[in-house]
Design a protein around this ligand. Structure first.
Ligand code: HEC
Ligand code: HEC
Ligand code: HEC
Ligand code: HEC
Length: 114
């Protein structure tokens, strides 16, 4: 009896630690999740506690010139090439929550940021 009580207590403590760890709180989504991109690839530390910088995006996705090319054929406008200049990728692309298109505060384009 006493032993199982101790076991339950240990399990409870382990669960509490896991649930409170950032790895559980910060789910990835989309292609990064499918490709199993590691926390450290973006955050540069094993146990991040603050947002990753834009430098990491550039390391894998190339320069702004490269991402402009990816979306140059969109019919309405190029979200990567506009009168707002070279925006921070993270303004639109959110890694742990739904993305948003900052153009939408003024325009009504059809594109949706993944
Ligand atoms: C370690 C490499 C790596 C890093 C760092 C990285 N990505 Fe990616 N990203 C990928 C891969 C791989 C894909 C999937 C490519 C594919 O399947 O075409 C991807 C896909 C994407 C997509 C398409 C998403 C989707 O779900 O369709 C966007 C947008 C994107 N990345 C933005 C970013 C931004 C913004 C950052 C910086 C915060 C970033 N990435 C950092 C590797 C990386
Ligand atoms: C103004 C908002 C905005 C910013 C800033 C932005 N993106 Fe995007 N991005 C988009 C939208 C919208 C799409 C989807 C376009 C479409 O419908 O094909 C997209 C698509 C992508 C894709 C997928 C392209 C494909 O064809 O699979 C990648 C990768 C990507 N962005 C990376 C980046 C990176 C890296 C940066 C920073 C250097 C960045 N984006 C900055 C809005 C943005
Ligand atoms: C593809 C790049 C990428 C990967 C992989 C990634 N992150 Fe992030 N992370 C970001 C960016 C960019 C932000 C800024 C907020 C956002 O985009 O949702 C962020 C924000 C955070 C924050 C700060 C949240 C806040 O509100 O200040 C934490 C903590 C975090 N990530 C933890 C993690 C953990 C843990 C993992 C691995 C399970 C991980 N991240 C994987 C890019 C990434
Ligand atoms: C603060 C408001 C605002 C935001 C945010 C904004 N725009 Fe604009 N945009 C304007 C205004 C104002 C004009 C000029 C309208 C006109 O002349 O009819 C314009 C014009 C344009 C035009 C047509 C003229 C040109 O420069 O070729 C395009 C395309 C465009 N915006 C794309 C974008 C994209 C893509 C984004 C997001 C990356 C964006 N805009 C964000 C206000 C904004």
């Amino acid at each position: 009896m006493k032993l199982s009580y101790v076991m339950i207590s240990i399990i409870a403590v382990v669960c509490a630690v896991l649930l409170s760890s950032a790895a559980f709180a910060q789910e990835l989504k989309g292609k990064h999740k499918e490709n199993a991109i590691a926390c450290v690839d973006c955050h540069k530390v094993e146990n991040p506690d603050k947002p990753a910088s834009m430098e990491s995006c550039i390391e894998c996705h190339g320069s702004y010139a490269d991402v402009k090319e990816l979306t140059k054929d969109l019919p309405e406008a190029n979200p990567h090439d506009s009168h707002l200049g070279e925006l921070d990728c993270r303004d639109c692309h959110k890694m742990h929550k739904p993305s948003e298109v900052v153009c939408a505060s003024c325009h009504n384009f059809d594109f949706v940021a993944p």
